[in-house]
Design a protein around this ligand. Structure first.
Ligand code: PRP
Ligand code: URA
Length: 209
């Protein structure tokens, strides 16, 4: 079963509470999503391989560590995943960015894929799929299906708010995909929204409602 890691650093919990509030503006929402994604990055990127490098300090030559330069890809699920990209890129600026466009049919809650644009060498990259919300899990599962179909095999999923239903579904469908979340909420309501959640992440991020 894939590991679930709840990254609940006090700074993240504080920012997440502001993010959830109805009276948080679009501008603040956007900034907070990026900040939380960046703070989560410390944990999400914990396994980055290091290599030895010989350097010279003012005192002596010494062998120290540097990031081994493993190839990374950040893949936001559109639209809302876009909000998390810059925060992670600020930590790993050389990462490539792919896009998977997907929306949930409001009646069936089933995800509909409308765009897939990935780095050509996605099969050689450590992939971080990002989306603020893991609700039923349908979008995350389809995004990982899509990536695996195109050769990706080393995939982690990063979200801000998750529902137990979505975590379970993603773990069952893709037991190899580690899940990072800033909060594990209570449940889904009858419309498939996370409770307490933060509402519709895409609309709040882009001010479309
Ligand atoms: C939201 C969210 C996820 C999805 C999660 O996207 O950003 O992609 O719902 O729900 P699920 O786990 O039940 O699939 P939405 O469908 O609202 O599209 P948008 O980001 O374009 O608004
Ligand atoms: N998508 C959202 O944006 N919010 C939810 O609560 C569930 C799915």
């Amino acid at each position: 079963m894939a590991k679930l890691e709840v990254i609940n650093h006090p700074l993240i919990q504080h920012k997440l509470s502001i993010l959830r509030r109805t009276d948080t503006s679009t501008k603040a929402f956007r900034e907070l999503v990026n900040e939380i994604a960046m703070l989560m990055g410390y944990e999400v990127l914990r396994d980055l391989p290091l290599e030895d490098v010989e350097i010279e300090t003012p005192i002596t030559k010494t062998v120290q560590k540097q990031i081994a330069g493993k190839k990374l890809a950040i893949v936001p699920i559109l639209r809302a995943g876009i909000g998390m990209v810059d925060g992670l890129l600020s930590l790993v600026p050389a990462a490539k960015v792919g896009h998977i466009g997907m929306y949930r049919d409001e009646e069936t809650l089933q995800p509909v894929e409308y765009l897939v644009k990935l780095p050509e060498d996605i099969n050689q990259r450590q992939v971080f799929v990002v989306d603020p919300m893991l609700a039923t899990g349908g979008s995350a599962i389809l995004a990982v299906d899509s990536l695996k179909k195109r050769g990706a095999s080393n995939i982690k999923f990063v979200c801000l708010v998750s529902a137990p239903e979505g975590v379970k579904a993603l773990q069952e469908a893709h037991p190899d995909v580690e899940i990072f979340t800033a909060a594990l909420d209570e449940h889904l309501n009858e419309h498939g929204y996370i409770v307490p959640g933060l509402g519709d992440a895409g609309d709040r991020l882009f001010g479309t409602k």
